[in-house]
Design a protein around this ligand. Structure first.
Ligand SMILES: Nc1nc2c(ncn2[C@@H]2O[C@H](COP(=O)(O)OP(=O)(O)O)[C@@H](O)[C@H]2O)c(=O)[nH]1
Ligand SMILES: [Mg+2]
Length: 333
């Protein structure tokens, strides 16, 4: 594929959706030339567009909890207020079921037709990469540079995705169903440390009393857990929501905006982003170094040989790992 960066940048500036979709493909590419072109595109977009920070909203929750329904409703609300919205759906299970993308398209039918909304399922990497495509943070950045006001990243939290998505979100939101309090014990402690908002969805009809009970369970769990001293009292918020009826959506969006403004006022908005950038940098260094090592044939052969010995029980894992370390010290310095 040929990419004319100047042209793509101009097209993106002119709201050309196809050009934008191609740019995402470019940014997601693992091809080295494409990666250089992506950097040029970032540079260009910074120049041609007045670039504002978007609100990056991460949304996680088990399949079926109502994420897509919620995003559709919230999304319509936002575009009707004149905001530009990008939705990136990171769904590792789509590789297995193959059906969820189709499902989301119909679930977000109304939103996907709106001229101010852009919806895109993202390719997912191997499970050990956290299920998130390695370039998802850069795709989010591209959305920001392209002038989207809000970027929603939807994930099912399989593998390490919650952690990865929290690193590319300003506001990280957990959706749960009524009765999800039973899950509370099983829920990864890491999520509760990271969430800014907990939304109890399906708080409608017969499920309402159970939803209320679940809310108090989460409130006390989060209360015990932590209060971030840089956030206002009462956060992480635990709100009732019905994505179907729409009740609780406006409220929750207001809570999100209030939290954003609070953090912008006290400077934590920027410091959180900078910390995320540093984590991202360090993550990428590890990936690059690992990539370099496995691209080196003698190292690869040495590791493959040791792996056999570990499998056969001839060496302890730690013993083999230390040998690799020694080998690298001798051969790479
Ligand atoms: N009663 C009720 N059902 C809901 C609500 N939100 C979503 N659902 C239903 O839950 C199912 C899964 O929704 P979906 O948005 O696809 O969940 P996702 O897998 O988390 O994206 C669908 O059948 C929805 O109609 C809600 O607020 N109340
Ligand atoms: Mg979904």
């Amino acid at each position: 594929m040929e990419f004319d960066i100047d042209q793509i940048a101009q097209q993106i500036k002119g709201n050309d959706r196809r050009a934008f979709a191609r740019a995402i493909t470019l940014v997601e590419s693992s091809n080295l030339d494409h990666q250089q072109l992506s950097l040029q595109l970032f540079q260009k977009l910074k120049c041609v567009k007045n670039y504002n920070q978007a609100i990056r909203l991460g949304i996680t929750g088990t399949p079926g909890v109502g994420k897509s329904t919620f995003i559709d409703k919230l999304g319509l609300e936002l575009v009707n207020r004149g905001l530009k919205l990008a939705v990136l759906a990171v769904d590792p299970s789509s590789q297995i079921t193959g059906g969820s993308i189709l499902g989301d398209k119909t679930r977000m039918a109304e939103l996907s037709k709106h001229k101010s909304a852009f919806i895109r399922p993202l390719s997912t990497g191997p499970v050990n990469s956290g299920g998130v495509s390695r370039r998802t943070p850069e795709v989010v950045h591209l959305c920001e540079l392209a002038g989207f006001d809000v970027v929603i990243i939807e994930t099912t939290g399989v593998g390490q995705t919650d952690y990865q998505v929290s690193l590319m979100s300003d506001i990280f939101t957990l959706l749960i169903s009524p009765g999800g309090g039973d899950e509370l014990q099983g829920i990864k402690r890491g999520i509760l440390e990271k969430v800014d908002m907990v939304l109890i969805n399906k708080a409608d009809g017969d499920l309402l009393p159970l939803a209320r009970q679940t809310r108090s369970e989460y409130q006390s769990a989060l209360h015990l857990f932590r209060h971030r001293n840089h956030d206002p009292i009462g956060y992480p918020k635990v709100n009732l929501l019905s994505a179907i009826s729409g009740s609780g959506i406006e409220n929750s969006w207001q809570d999100i905006i209030n939290l954003c403004n609070w953090r912008k006022d006290n400077g934590t908005w920027d410091s959180i982003r900078r910390n995320q950038d540093v984590e991202r940098f360090q993550f990428e260094i590890r990936q690059e170094v690992l990539g370099l090592l496995t691209a080196n044939h003698s190292v690869e052969n040495f590791v493959a040989q040791l792996k056999k010995e570990v499998i056969q029980g001839e060496k302890l894992p730690i013993q083999a790992a230390l040998m690799v370390s020694e080998y690298l010290k001798k051969n790479l310095t």
